[in-house]
Design a binder for this molecule. Structure first.
Ligand SMILES: [Zn+2]
Length: 135
């Protein structure tokens, strides 16, 4: 960490779920599904000094946008479980559907591959997550 990085910036790099990197932002993203987390968070914003970084004292979101409007972040375990169910459901709805068991095994395998590759990207997990976004 350079001396010019803020502590919030460093925390956001170490805990990328706090910036929601890699998650769908809106309905235009094919991985987006409507849910209770779509409403903007009403937590109090606390700015770090005079820099661009801030955090939400309600959900823990960290941002650097001048406009601190954000959706509440999900706990990583909740996001993981929701993603597994999302993958299985999409597999069942596919034009070439797979069985629930095959969809689950695919999800577990893809997760394993992503985790193995994340190990060598650990120092820049946020960038790695953005590379995984659906194009
Ligand atoms: Zn919040």
């Amino acid at each position: 960490m350079s001396t010019e990085e803020s502590s919030l910036q460093e925390l956001a790099m170490r805990e990328p779920w706090r910036t929601a990197r890699g998650t769908p932002r809106n309905a235009l993203d094919p991985t987006w599904i409507p849910g209770v987390g779509d409403e903007c968070c009403d937590g109090r914003i606390i700015w770090e000094g005079k820099g661009p970084w801030w955090f939400c004292n309600k959900c823990g979101y960290i941002g650097s946008s001048p406009t601190p409007i954000h959706k509440p972040i999900q706990h990583p375990l909740d996001f993981f479980m929701a993603s597994i169910f999302f993958y299985i459901r999409k597999g069942l709805e596919s034009p070439t559907p797979v069985t629930k068991e095959t969809a689950l095994f695919q999800a577990l395998y893809v997760t394993g591959v992503a985790l193995r590759n994340a190990v060598v990207q650990r120092s820049r997990l946020g960038l790695y997550l953005e590379q995984l976004l659906a194009k």
